[in-house]
Design a protein. Structure first.
Lengths: 210, 378
C-alpha cells in the first residue's frame, strides 16, 4: 500500500515512501487503474517571498538552507546549529514570542535521520513559522530552554519518544514513558506492539503487556 | 543553559527547617485523573513541584502511523474526552488542509454548532469539578444537569455522547436529525439563565472569592513564555483567540467577543470561562438561525491519500490551542501525526503558579488549569 511511491532511498530533503518498520500490511485491495508510479515525490513547496526570509538570510547567510511556503504555511530549513540562534533572533527582533511546539519526524533511510521541527507564533504579527532542521541519529542539538521556557517539556517529550538528546537541557528525563524504559517508541523501527519486556515483567509482574 | 524558572524560588521561611516532600496523586480526586505531583514543602508553603505524568499514555501518535487517515479519526476523541468534538474538528481540518479541500458550507455551520456546544459541555465539567475541589458541592449537580442537555443533542445527532466521532474528513457523515434546530434553539433559550444561576452561587460568594483571588497568578508575559493559551492567557489580559486570529470553519462570519480579564488569577479565569459560555451560546444562536442547504460532504475520495507534504493546523479548543502537525508521504497512512495538546503545555506552568502558595491552594490551581490527563499523556 504505502510503498508504491518509494523513491529508493534517495537523499532528497523529504523522501517519500513507507518504512521497513511498518506492520505487515493489511490485505491491500488490488490497485485500481492508477497512473504508473510517479518519480520520487517531494513536497510541492514554493519559495517564501517576504521581508522576514530576506532579513533572516542576511543575518544567518548559508545557515539557512531554504525558506518556503507550502499550503500557505511558511517554513525555514536551517542547519542544526542555527536553530536556537534563529529562535532567539525571531523572538527578539521579529516578535515571535510564543513557541508553539517542538517535535520530530523519523526518516530512518536518510543520513540525517530526524526532522527536528520548531513552530513559533507571533501575537503581534499573527504569523506562524516552522523551523526545520535535519539531524543525524546521535546528534545533540542545543536546547531552546534558554529562549523559551516552553521548550523544557517539549524537548523532554522529543527525547522520550525519539531519543534526541538536547545539549544543555536542565532536566532531560523521560516524561511520558517510565524513566527506566528502554527504547524510543516513535522511532519508525520501533514496532507498534513492541515493548520493554524486562520492564513489563519486573514492574507489572506479567509476561507481556499485550 | 540555566533555566530561568529556578530564579523564582521563594525564600525559605524557617532558618533550620528541613524540606518536606509530599506526594500527591496519582489517585487523588483533585488531580482530575491520574496526575502525580511531588510537592516540596516548607511548612505549608509550596517551594517547588515536580509533575509525574504518562499514566494514561496510550501512544496515540504511534497508533496514527499504523492506521489509515480516516481510521485514525476516532482515536483523537480519546485524548481530551470531555471535548472530543473539538479534537475531531482539528484532525479533520489538518487532513483537509493536506488534501487542499474544504468542507461545504452546511457542514461548516453544523461543525460550529456542535463544537461550541462541546465547548459549553467542557467548561461545565470544569466548573463543576473546580467548585467541588474548592468545597462548593452544589454547582457540580447544576453543571452536569445542563451538560446532559448538550450531550443529548450529540447522542441524537451521532449516537455517542462522549467520544462522538462527529465529523469526517471532508465534512460530515450524518445529516442533522429532524428537530435538531429546535433542540439547539431550546438549549440556547434555556442555558443563559442557568449560567446566571451558577454565577449567583459563586461569583459573589465570599468563600469562593477568598479561595480564588490572587491565587495562581500567571501574567501575560509568563503565559507567552510558557506557551500557555486559552482561557488562562485571556484571563491575563491578552485578547487572543484562534477563532478570531486565524479563523477556521467560517468563524469569521459570527459576531462574538473575546472575553478578557486583567489579573490572571484563578478568579479571573473563572470569570473568563463563564463569559465564554455566554459567547458560545451567542455563536450557536447565529449559526442555527441560518444553516445553509446543500451537501454535507466535500470532494474527498473514498481512499484518502494526501499528497506528499506537511501541515500544521490548530484550533481554539476549550483548553487552548490544539494543534495537529501532520506529515504525509503520499500513502494512505499518516507518516506522522503530532498533537500539540493544550493541557500538556499548560500543565508545565503549574510549577510557576503554585510556588509560594499553601498546600490547600494547589487543588484550586490544578482545577483552574482545566487539564484533562487523557490529553496530557495521549
Amino acid at each position: 500500500m504505502a510503498d508504491e511511491q518509494k523513491p529508493g532511498g534517495s537523499g532528497a530533503p523529504l523522501p517519500a515512501g513507507g518504512e521497513a518498520a511498518k506492520q505487515p500490511p493489511k490485505p491491500s485491495p488490488p490497485k485500481p487503474a492508477a497512473p504508473p508510479p510517479k518519480p520520487p515525490a517531494t513536497m510541492a513547496a514554493t519559495p517564501w517571498e517576504s521581508d522576514l526570509p530576506r532579513e533572516l538570510k542576511e543575518r544567518f547567510g548559508g545557515q539557512i538552507v531554504e525558506t518556503s511556503t507550502y499550503l500557505g504555511q511558511n517554513f525555514i530549513v536551517a542547519k542544526p546549529e542555527a536553530a536556537v540562534p534563529i529562535l532567539e533572533y525571531l523572538k527578539l527582533e521579529a516578535d515571535f514570542d510564543y513557541l508553539v511546539d517542538i517535535t520530530a519526524v523519523d526518516w530512518p533511510k536518510r543520513p540525517e535521520r530526524f526532522d527536528l521541527v520548531y513552530i513559533v507564533y507571533s501575537f503581534s504579527r499573527n504569523e506562524r513559522v516552522r523551523i526545520k532542521t535535519y539531524i543525524p541519529d546521535g546528534y545533540k542539538p542545543e536546547t531552546a530552554v534558554g529562549v523559551h521556557l516552553t521548550a523544557n517539556w517539549l524537548e523532554r517529550e522529543a527525547f522520550d519518544m525519539f531519543g534526541i538528546e538536547f545539549a544543555g537541557h536542565p532536566d532531560l528525563r523521560r516524561i511520558l514513558m517510565p524513566e527506566d524504559w528502554q527504547g524510543y517508541p516513535l522511532r519508525k523501527d520501533y514496532s507498534i506492539i513492541q515493548q520493554d519486556q524486562r520492564w513489563v515483567q519486573e514492574n507489572l509482574g506479567i509476561e507481556s503487556g499485550q | 543553559m540555566k533555566a530561568a524558572s529556578d530564579a523564582s524560588m521563594p525564600d525559605t521561611t524557617f532558618l533550620d527547617s528541613t524540606e518536606l516532600v509530599l506526594n500527591m496523586g496519582p489517585q487523588h480526586p483533585s488531580t482530575h485523573g491520574v496526575l502525580r505531583v511531588i510537592l516540596k514543602l516548607d511548612g505549608e508553603k509550596i517551594m517547588g513541584t515536580d509533575c509525574v505524568i504518562g499514566y494514561l499514555h496510550r501512544g496515540v501518535e504511534k497508533i496514527a502511523e499504523n492506521r489509515t487517515w480516516a481510521q485514525f479519526n476516532p482515536y483523537v476523541d480519546r485524548m481530551d474526552y470531555v471535548a472530543s468534538v473539538s479534537n475531531g474538528l482539528g484532525y479533520c481540518l489538518v487532513v483537509e488542509k493536506l488534501l487542499n479541500v474544504e468542507a461545504p458550507p452546511r457542514a461548516q455551520v453544523v461543525r460550529v454548532i456542535l463544537t461550541e456546544l462541546n465547548r459549553i459541555a467542557s467548561h461545565l465539567v470544569w466548573l463543576g469539578t473546580h467548585a467541588l475541589d474548592i468545597g462548593a458541592i452544589t454547582p457540580v449537580f447544576y453543571c452536569f444537569r445542563e451538560r446532559e442537555e448538550a450531550l443529548n443533542i450529540f447522542e441524537k445527532y451521532c449516537g455517542a455522547r462522549l467520544t462522538t466521532h462527529a465529523f469526517r474528513i471532508g465534512g460530515l457523515q450524518y445529516e442533522t436529525y429532524d428537530g435538531f434546530e429546535q433542540d439547539v434553539k431550546a438549549f440556547c433559550d434555556m442555558f443563559p439563565a442557568k449560567v446566571d444561576e451558577y454565577e449567583e452561587l459563586l461569583t459573589g460568594n465570599r468563600i469562593w472569592k477568598g479561595r480564588l483571588t490572587n491565587v495562581g497568578v500567571l501574567t501575560a508575559d509568563e503565559c507567552k513564555e510558557y506557551g500557555v493559551t486559552g482561557p488562562l492567557l485571556r484571563a491575563a489580559g491578552v485578547k487572543w483567540d484562534l477563532r478570531k486570529a486565524q479563523p477556521y470553519s467560517g468563524y469569521e462570519k459570527y459576531d462574538f467577543e473575546i472575553p478578557t480579564r486583567q489579573n490572571g488569577d484563578t478568579f479571573d479565569r473563572y470569570m473568563v470561562r463563564i463569559a465564554e459560555m455566554r459567547q458560545a451560546v451567542r455563536i450557536i444562536r447565529q449559526a442555527v438561525e441560518n444553516i445553509p442547504e446543500g451537501p454535507i460532504m466535500g470532494k474527498v475520495g473514498k481512499v484518502i491519500k494526501p499528497p506528499v507534504g506537511e501541515a500544521y493546523v490548530s484550533i481554539e479548543a476549550p483548553k487552548g490551542e490544539l494543534g495537529y502537525y501532520a506529515v504525509s508521504d503520499g500513502s494512505t497512512q499518516p507518516y506522522r501525526v503530532r498533537v500539540r495538546p493544550p493541557s500538556f503545555v499548560n500543565l508545565q506552568a503549574l510549577d510557576r503558579m503554585v510556588r509560594g502558595l499553601l498546600v490547600a491552594d494547589i487543588c484550586a490551581v490544578i482545577g483552574t488549569l482545566d487539564i484533562v490527563l487523557g490529553e496530557v499523556d495521549r
